[in-house]
Every structure is written in C-alpha cells, then in structure tokens.
Write a protein that binds this ligand. Structure first.
Ligand SMILES: *Cc1c(COP(=O)(O)O)cnc(C)c1O
Length: 485
C-alpha cells in the first residue's frame, strides 16, 4: 500500500525528542541577559550532554501523547481476572498525601504519632471484623509476603508445640505464589486436584492428609471464581490431623463482610489491600498484604505490634514468640491510609454491597457470554468467571488471538491462560465499579470477537490492528526489549 503524503488519521508515530530537535529552537523567551558572563561559566557549562533544541509546544505535545498511550482503569474497563482492577476513588489518594501523614517520619516517638498509630490500630480492627478473624498484622508488603508470613506463623506455632512437619497441601487452582511461599518456608507443596465442580472435595484432602502435613493453602473464592463450599469440612479434616488452614484471601472482593473466615475453620488469611481495598496496583507496587489470624496464632505475629491503653497507642516489641520483623518500620503506610479511607467512606453495609455487585456483574457476563464462549464450570460464580477457547479452537483461533482482538475495541484483555486447570482460559473480572452500560459494551465486543473467530478468523490472527503497535512477538519482546522507540 502506498503511504499517503499527508497523515490520514491520528498520528501516533511518536519520534524521539532528538529527532524532533532543530538547532536554535527554544522552549522559553526571556529578555536578553544584562549581566556580564562570569568567567567560571564556561568551565561549569563544559561540553554537557547533547540535548536537542526544542520549542515548548513540541515538548508538551510529545509528553502528552506519550501519556495517552497508557491504559489504566482511569481510561477504560480492565477486566483482568484475579487482579481486581477496580476504580480507586481519588479521595483515598488525596488522604494518603495529606502533609501530616505523608511527611511523617517513621522514627518519631509514639507521643508524636498518635494519629498514625490509631489509624493502623483501627485498620487492623476493621480488617479483623470484615474477615471474622481475631488479630491482624499490617506489615507484609504484598500478597505473596502475606503468604510467607502465614507460613512462618504456622511454622512458629507448630514449633512451639514441638511439631515438625514438611508437607503442605495446595490445590491445582492455586495462584503460583502459594507453592512458592510454602517452598520459601522450607515446606514441600503437594498438589491436589479440584473436583468436577471446580472446587475441592473433602475426600481429596482426606486422601493426602497425614502426620507429615503442615496444613493446607486454600484460596476462597478460588481462582476459578468459585466458592470453596466445603471449606468447613476440609478445615475439620486438616485440624483433626493436627494441621493448620491457610486461606489465600486475595479474592476478598467477592465476600467482604459476608463470610466469617474464623468460623469456616481458617487459622490464617492474607488480604491484598491493593486489590480489595482501593490501592491502585500494577507496575510493581507498593501494595500491602496484611495477615489476619485466629487467636492461637496471634502471639507469633510480626513485631512491632500496636497496643492501646486508655486511648493512648504505643508500639511494642514485647512478644517473645513473635516471628520478628518482615518489613522495615511498619509496612507500606501509604497503602494503609488508602484502605482506611476507603473502608470508612464506604461503611460496612456498602462494602457488602460492593461485593454483591462484583458478584452480580461477573454472573451477568457469564450468562451473556456462555453461548459464545465455552464455560467449563456452568454454575453461579463469585467475582469472576472463567471461559475457554474450546469453541474457537476448531477454527484455529486461540484465547491469545481473541484477547488481542479485544484491544481493537478499546478493552484491556482479560487474564488469559490462568488458572492452569482450564485449557486456554479467559478469566474475566468486571468488578463492582463498572456500569451496566460499560459491561454491555464489553459483552458486545466479546460477541463480535467470537463471531469473527468463525467468520473471518484472519482478522483475529493479525490483531490488534487499531493499536499503536500490532501483534508483538512476546517472547522476543521480553528477551530483547527495544527501549529506544
Ligand atoms: C494477586 C494474588 C496473589 C499475590 O498477591 P501479590 O500482592 O501480587 O503478591 C496471591 N493469590 C491470589 C489468588 C492472587 O490473586
């Protein structure tokens, strides 16, 4: 195709600043200098880096265009399953930037930081109440570190009772961080298969439970977006065998304030404040992965812990059985402020409602799309639903092709090829913050993509076509990233 001489659409071919520069251009206009040049000037200025000469508008347009190439929750729907990419109200960001909080030095004495200590103590209490657990540490900086904290807590507890065990049961639906955290703690992960309904059966757990079993790591709701309905029976089996129950609570957005984790037999659970409680995530953090525990594990929580007496807060290291520190100072305090502001501004009833809407939205999508995408577990889901590319595969169209094509319609693709138990998985999590109109637009785009897969598969194989860059060789892009444009 001949390239037209003049651009025909949006010009998204952004040159480097060096390619845009032209000697003599300048980004400012000021009166001529009326001060004698200082003899030192030449020495200081020296050769200097070879910066291009640019005008102000060129620079502004360059950076504004670059900023628009980004995609985030603020620009469009981001249905990335397992990640809870919901909209985070800006007021929570503002709160975390309040000078009195953002400028606080972590080494100030308790007498000067009562507000911050109270905020953390109350956040611990809120999270305990939302989950139905007894005590909380806010220290872990991410979900995975919360998992490690949980494993270390269980290890410390068993050790205090002179029990040495090595094996930990992990279902095949688990997030990859689960076996990694267990292994980091020196445990040997043992994988068990989920039942035909996509959830664990008590029998499968009973079959592997033995005297060497530390416990189980169970995700609830699990990564298929299904509620582990047998959690109590499973916990009873593990406890009867002398083990402990770890729950991966990264999917708490489906059940805030609705499931009493303690009563369902969970001994320790982590939360992702950066998924469920309004801290933006992606790009590497920061996040926070508090651990919530039942009473018998509380003595082992990381120090320092926040104590309150007669309305005065202080930090205490006086917990001889504590597993020690997991993070410098208190963890990622800025993230805690966002979660605290979010919880207070929502209130208990609205947190529940948020979870109910997240579940409703996911079920709506599941029902709207199950005629065009294969739904391996056709039953009510929680906050996310998982399809596969089984219907499209006979036309040689894969999950990857469809995910790429969705970008042409302005949507971030869902999570793909996870969980591993579903071949060619597409995992969609709309969250509670998308409107019905936006969800309908997403459903319409998915239906078009599904129809194209049958009628014009070539459109999908080359997708995306309307984005700045077309299909990348993803392996090559990782191994040899091109960082110069
Ligand atoms: C996100 C996630 C994790 C890990 O959390 P990070 O904060 O990324 O370390 C663990 N388990 C599940 C189910 C998750 O979705």
């Amino acid at each position: 195709m001949n390239k037209p001489l003049a651009p025909t659409g949006l010009n998204l071919d952004e040159p480097l600043l060096w390619e845009m520069g032209n000697p003599g251009r300048t980004g400012f206009s000021m009166p001529p200098c009326d001060v004698e040049p200082h003899p030192l000037d030449d020495d200081i200025a020296g050769e200097g880096p070879d910066f291009p000469d640019l005008n102000e508008m060129g620079v502004v347009r360059h950076y504004t265009r670059l900023s628009q190439w980004n995609f985030g929750v603020d620009t469009g729907m981001y249905p990335l399953g397992s990640c809870t990419m919901k909209y985070n109200p800006k007021i929570n960001e503002k709160c975390s930037q309040l000078a009195g909080l953002a400028g606080l030095h972590p080494m100030l004495p308790a007498g000067m930081t009562q507000g911050a200590l109270r905020l953390m103590a109350e956040l611990e209490r809120f999270l305990a109440e939302i989950t139905g657990m007894d005590a909380v540490s806010l220290q872990p900086a991410a979900g995975a570190q919360g998992e490690l904290a949980g494993m270390l807590l269980i290890h410390s507890y068993l050790k205090s009772r002179n029990v040495t065990r090595n094996k930990i049961i992990i279902p095949d639906t688990a997030h990859g961080t689960n076996p990694a955290s267990a292994a980091l703690c020196g445990y040997r992960p043992v994988r068990i298969k989920s039942g035909d309904e996509g959830i664990l059966t008590p029998d499968a757990v009973q079959a592997v439970m033995d005297e060497d079993t530390v416990g189980i790591m169970i995700t609830n709701p699990n990564t298929l977006g299904l509620f582990e309905a047998h959690i109590k029976a499973i916990a009873d089996i593990v406890h009867a065998g002398g083990g402990q129950v770890y729950c991966d609570g990264a999917n708490m957005n489906a059940i805030m304030g609705m499931v009493h984790m303690g009563k369902s037999g969970v001994d320790v659970l982590h939360l992702n404040l950066h998924k469920t409680f309004s801290a933006p995530h992606g790009g590497g953090g920061p996040g926070a992965g508090p651990v919530c525990v039942a009473r018998h594990l509380a003595p082992f929580l990381p120090v320092p812990r926040i104590l309150e007496k007669d309305g005065v807060y202080h930090l205490s290291e006086d917990f001889p059985q504590s597993l020690g520190r997991l993070h410098s100072f208190f963890g990622n305090f800025g993230v805690m402020i966002k979660a605290y502001a979010y919880i207070l501004s929502m209130g208990g009833e609205n947190l529940k409602k948020a979870s109910q809407l997240a579940v409703l939205n996911a079920n709506y999508i599941k029902e709207k799309l199950k005629s065009v995408f294969h739904l391996p577990y056709d039953r009510p889901c929680m906050h996310e639903c998982v399809f596969s590319d089984k219907f499209q595969r006979e036309h040689k169209i894969t999950t990857l092709d469809m995910a790429k094509r969705l970008m042409d319609f302005g949507f971030h693709p869902p999570t793909i090829y996870f969980p591993l138990v579903v071949d060619g998985a597409m995992m969609i999590e709309p969250t509670e913050t998308e409107s019905l109109e936006e969800i309908d637009r997403f459903v319409a785009a998915c239906r078009i993509v599904a129809a194209e897969a049958l009628e014009s598969p070539d459109l999908l194989r080359g997708a995306p076509k309307r984005c700045k860059v077309e299909r990348l060789d993803e392996t090559l892009a990782c191994r040899q990233p091109c960082l110069v444009g």
